[in-house]
Design a protein around this ligand. Sequence first.
Ligand SMILES: [Mn+2]
Length: 308
Amino acid sequence: MARDDEMLKDWWNEAYSGPVSFMRFPFSKDLEKADIAILGVPYDLGTTNRPGARFGPRAMREQSTLTGEFDYGLWPWDYHIAEYHTVIDCGDICNFVAYPKRMNKELEATVDKIIESDTVCFSMGGDHFITLPLLRSHVRKHGPLALVHFDAHTDTWVDDDYNHGTMFYHAIKEGLLDIEHSIQIGIRTPNPETHDIEIIYADELDEMKASEVAKRIKDRVGENKAYLTFDIDFLDPAYAPGTGTPVAGGPTVMMGRKILKGITGLNIVGADLVEIAPAYDPIGSITAVAGATLGGDILYLLSEALRK
Ligand SMILES: [Mn+2]
């Protein structure tokens, strides 16, 4: 069955034309009617190496006009989310340019408002630091959450300062995580302290089938409420060169997609995809195409969780 919101249909014909919302879901702030809200967070002042993830939401939206143009949904999912749920693109958070503290406040206030109205939020970064304020908001509503974290880095460095490599240490310190049900997947950087989070390192991952990885994640998380965060540098730089801190030796886009599809059924209450810095894509928006596609998969996971 095709999606039935005709609102944007009058505005575009092909992938290269028309207004650029994520997967062509209508721009709206009508949270009362929405089941899932998409939010851009164009913030990259937490970056430690190459900056530019502030351009991530726009790049994801642009490439999603192709991945999201099919009335019958995103392959291999065999339906369109709009058959079950009202999805809106809320645009980007604003009023924070170059002010990290203001960004925290603004993002938490925006997301509090979204999830208070029982709308599930999918955020597009921005650098990975944004997941800390996102978690604070979600934990206020749901209590401590199991973290399902795809990344080349653990981002749990013990450091009192805030950046995109320390925010999960702060999340732990603030009691935001349900540690014993949290898991990190794809790690391939030094990690002096696991903080008791389960880790599937990239070398082990390389020996596993996607279904085995998905099972490990499901076994760890169980029925508990979870927050999914996907750093695009989980992927090998061959598939995602357009990112701030690429690390060689990572999985393919297909592996990432199959793992995501494989964890259908998890009770995911919120999610983000971060760290797309399109300026480092050599040609063809490689990273943003991957991000738009994986972002679509994550929307399906949220839709599946809502229906469970
Ligand atoms: Mn990373």
